[in-house]
Ligand binder design. Structure first.
Ligand code: FCB
Length: 474
C-alpha cells in the first residue's frame, strides 16, 4: 500500500514541476507611488470594493452545530475555543447591523459580503422564521438604498442542529436539505439579491473539522471523512445553484442578470519545502486538493478528489458544470509543504523563517495573490476576491497589507485577469472560530468585553478611503 501510495505521489511531483509559474516580486516604492483607486477604475470599470463578514462570526444569538462545539472540550481537556470564548453575543450585529452599514459608508464601500444563518431561518426541518427573514430584508434594503451591493453567503461553516444530528455533510440527505434552504432563500430575498455565495471554503471546512479536529464537529486525522464532507458540500452546491436560479428570477440591480452564483473558494500557494521528490509531490497533491478541485468541478462537472493512498472520488455531476457565474477567491497565505507520511494529510505546512507574519502567524505574501489570480483566471470565470485580510490588532501592518494586496489585484487585472471586486476580511472584529476573540481582523475594532462600539482602525480606514475615493469618483 505504502509503495503504491509513494509511486502516485512521485507521479504527481513530476506534474508539479512541469506546471511551475514564476511568482513576481513587488517593489514597495512602486506600490506607494501607485494611485491604486484611479488605476483600478480605469482598468476595471464598476470594480466592487468593500468588506466581508459571516453571520456566525458577528450576529450573536445563534443555535447551531458550532454553538454546541463552542461549549465542548478537546482530547486534552482544553476548551475547543481559545480562552473558552463563544459566539453567544459576538459583535451583536443581529441588533447592531445599522452600525455595520454605517461603517461600510465610512469606508466608501460599494459592496458587502455577509451571511444569512440557515439555523436561524430554518431551526427545524421544513420551518421558516419569517421574522428573521424580515430582519435580513431590512438589512438588504438598507444596503441597496446606499449603493452597497449585498453578496449573500448561504453556507458559511455552520449547520442547523437537525442537519448536524444526522451527520452534517456526511449525511446523504444534506445536499437536498441545502437545496431546500437555497430554494427558500432565493424566493425570500431574490428581489433584493443578485449575488449569491453558496459555499464558503468547502476545502478548509473539511480539513479543519475532520483532519485537524479544531472545528465542529472536531474529528481528528480522518482524511477519508474530510474528503466525503468536501464532496458532500459540492453536491449540495450543485443542487443549490439550480434552486437559486429557479427561485430568484428578479434582477435586483438592473444589470439584466437576476442570479449570479459563486463559491468563496479558499486558495493558497503551496510551495515544496525542498526539491526532494516527496516534498514536491505532496506539494502538488495539496495544490490539486486545495486549489483545483472546486474550479475543475464547477467548470467541467467532474468531481475529482484524491488523497493518495487514502481515498479517490471521481464522478461526473452534470449540475456542477456551469453551476457558477463567477468564482470567489479567499486568499490569506502561502505555505511550505513538507512530506510527513505519518499524518493523515501526508504533509505538514509551515512558514519560511524570517517571513513577515500576522498576529496569527500567517505569512504576508501579496505576490502569491497575484500568482493565484493569474492561475485561477485560466478557468475562465470572472473572479471576485471574497476574502483577504489579516489579524492585526494594533493596526501596524494592515494599511500596507491592504495597499499591497490591492496592488496585486490591479497588476493581475492589467495582466489580463478578469477580477471584478475585492471584499476585505473583515469589516469588523469578530468571532474567529477556534481562535475566539484572539484573531482580530476588523477594519473597525470592537471591545468584546465592553460596549461593542465599532471603532475605526484609523490608519487602515484611511488607507481604504484613499483607494475608494478615486475609485468612486464621478
Ligand atoms: C476564512 C474564513 C473566515 C475567516 C477568515 C479569517 O478561512 O472563511 O470565516 O475566519 O478565514
Amino acid at each position: 500500500m505504502t509503495t503504491k501510495r509513494n509511486l502516485m505521489i512521485f507521479a504527481l511531483g513530476a506534474l508539479a514541476i512541469a506546471s511551475c509559474d514564476p511568482v513576481p516580486s513587488f517593489d514597495k516604492d512602486v506600490i506607494d507611488a501607485t494611485d491604486i483607486g484611479a488605476e483600478l477604475r480605469a482598468a476595471k470599470p464598476g470594480f466592487i470594493l468593500g468588506a466581508a463578514t459571516s453571520h456566525h462570526q458577528i450576529e450573536g444569538g445563534l443555535t447551531n452545530d458550532w454553538t454546541v462545539f463552542e461549549q465542548g472540550t478537546n482530547d486534552e481537556g482544553e476548551p475547543n475555543i481559545k480562552n473558552g470564548d463563544d459566539s453567544s453575543v459576538a459583535a451583536d450585529s443581529w441588533n447592531r447591523w445599522p452600525e455595520d452599514i454605517a461603517s461600510l459608508e465610512t469606508l466608501g464601500a460599494n459592496g458587502y459580503r455577509l451571511g444569512i444563518s440557515w439555523s436561524r431561518l430554518q431551526p427545524t426541518p421544513g420551518s421558516w422564521d419569517q421574522a428573521a427573514a424580515d430582519r435580513y430584508r431590512d438589512m438588504f434594503d438598507a444596503l441597496n438604498a446606499r449603493g452597497i451591493r449585498p453578496m449573500v453567503t448561504i453556507y458559511h461553516f455552520t449547520l442547523p442542529l437537525w442537519v448536524s444530528d444526522e451527520g452534517g455533510w456526511e449525511w446523504d440527505g444534506a445536499p437536498a436539505a441545502f437545496e431546500d434552504f437555497a430554494q427558500r432563500a432565493g424566493a425570500a430575498f431574490g428581489d433584493q439579491i443578485d449575488y449569491w455565495v453558496t459555499l464558503n471554503e468547502p476545502n478548509v471546512l473539511a480539513i479543519q473539522a475532520y483532519s485537524f479536529g479544531s472545528w465542529a464537529p472536531g474529528v481528528k486525522d480522518d482524511m477519508e471523512r474530510a474528503t466525503n464532507v468536501y464532496a458532500g458540500q459540492l453536491r449540495g452546491h450543485a443542487l443549490a445553484s439550480v434552486a437559486l436560479r429557479a427561485n430568484d428570477t428578479v434582477d435586483a440591480d438592473g444589470d439584466g442578470k437576476a442570479t449570479q452564483i459563486g463559491i468563496a473558494h479558499h486558495v493558497r500557494l503551496p510551495q515544496p519545502a525542498s526539491s526532494y521528490a516527496l516534498d514536491t509531490a505532496l506539494s502538488a497533491a495539496t495544490n490539486d486538493y486545495i486549489n483545483d478541485v472546486v474550479p475543475r468541478a464547477i467548470t467541467t462537472g467532474r468531481l475529482f478528489l484524491e488523497v493518495p493512498g487514502t481515498i479517490t472520488i471521481d464522478e461526473d455531476i452534470p449540475a456542477l458544470k456551469d453551476s457558477c457565474d463567477w468564482m470567489g477567491i479567499n486568499y490569506y497565505e502561502r505555505t511550505y509543504i513538507r512530506a510527513d507520511l505519518s499524518v493523515s494529510t501526508l504533509s505538514t505546512q509551515y512558514q519560511p523563517e524570517g517571513a513577515e507574519v500576522t498576529d496569527l502567524g500567517w505569512e504576508v505574501s501579496p505576490e502569491s495573490l497575484y500568482h493565484l489570480l493569474m492561475r485561477m483566471d485560466r478557468y475562465g470565470l470572472p473572479l471576485y476576491i471574497t476574502e483577504n485580510g489579516l489579524a492585526d490588532d494594533d493596526d501596524d501592518q494592515r494599511p500596507s497589507y491592504l495597499r499591497a494586496h490591492l496592488y496585486a489585484v490591479l497588476r493581475a487585472i492589467q495582466d489580463g485577469a478578469d477580477v471584478r471586486g475585492y471584499l476585505h476580511w473583515a469589516l469588523i472584529d469578530n468571532f474567529e472560530w477556534a481562535e475566539g476573540y484572539e484573531g482580530l481582523f476588523g477594519l473597525f475594532s470592537i471591545d468584546f468585553g465592553g460596549d461593542l462600539a465599532r471603532v475605526p482602525r484609523q490608519a487602515s480606514v484611511d488607507a481604504f478611503t484613499d483607494i475608494t475615493g478615486p475609485l468612486n469618483a464621478e
